[in-house]
Design a protein around this ligand. Structure first.
Ligand code: GLN
Length: 224
């Protein structure tokens, strides 16, 4: 059915994509729904762990991956990205009672850091923080739980999700200083240029008609 686009997501990452009361919601979900509507299409959502997103896209299980994906050079080798739709970056979450980590560089002194498999957090820490002991988990919830229960010293994840988790879990805080600045994009197959063009055009429309701003106001405390 040409009127249906299949969109893959790992809906475990509030406020970007998550499940609430049995329903997928979040900034990426509502933005994709609005984009599809603008394109005159319906979405069929496909749930998948983050590390399966790019393989699933390439093997044609779905047409778009919408899951707080950073537009990295490594990923650009294998997929195409839409125009960027939001700015994020890698942030560090620590326990409030831990005074040994004040800036990200403190992680390099043998700290245990949980990260989600397949994310930029993994490659970034591997390449830039050789002193970190990475604890790689499949699920975002497990990544956060390890910190709350004191089994790791920190979490490295996207800033919007880190801020949201700290809002709900008073034991933890986000370090002011982050690790990187990154842009989020929707991933598409390299040969699917027509869909990429439609998606970018729809994104322009939503930026001009106020829908985009309404969604960022709704989902983020940081306004920009
Ligand atoms: N778990 C997530 O959804 C975040 C992934 C992270 N933004 C990345 O692109 O690597």
């Amino acid at each position: 059915d040409g009127n249906v686009i299949r969109v893959g997501t790992d809906a475990t990452f509030p406020p970007m994509e998550f499940v609430k009361d049995g329903k997928r919601t979040g900034f990426d979900i509502e933005l994709m729904e609005a984009l599809a509507k603008t394109m005159g299409k319906k979405i069929q959502w496909i749930d998948i762990d983050f590390k399966g997103l790019i393989p699933g896209l390439i093997s044609n299980r779905f047409d778009i991956a919408a899951s707080a994906i950073y537009m990295t050079d490594e990923r650009r080798k294998v997929v195409n990205f839409s125009d960027p739709y939001y700015r994020g970056g890698l942030a560090v979450l620590v326990r409030r009672d831990d005074t040994s980590i004040k800036v990200p560089e403190d992680l390099n002194r043998g700290k245990r850091v949980s990260v989600q498999v397949g994310t930029k957090s993994v490659s970034y820490l591997r390449d830039n923080f050789p002193g970190v002991e990475r604890v790689e988990v499949e699920k975002n919830q497990a990544m956060f739980d390890l910190l709350a229960t004191g089994r790791v010293n920190a979490v490295v994840t996207g800033r919007p999700a880190a801020v949201e988790y700290a809002r709900t879990q008073p034991l933890v805080r986000v370090l002011d200083k982050g690790l990187t600045t990154e842009l989020y994009g929707f991933a598409l197959r390299k040969n699917d240029t027509a869909l990429a063009e439609q998606l970018n055009k729809a994104l322009q429309t939503l930026r001009m008609n106020g829908t985009y701003d309404a969604l960022t106001d709704k989902w983020f405390t940081r306004k920009d």
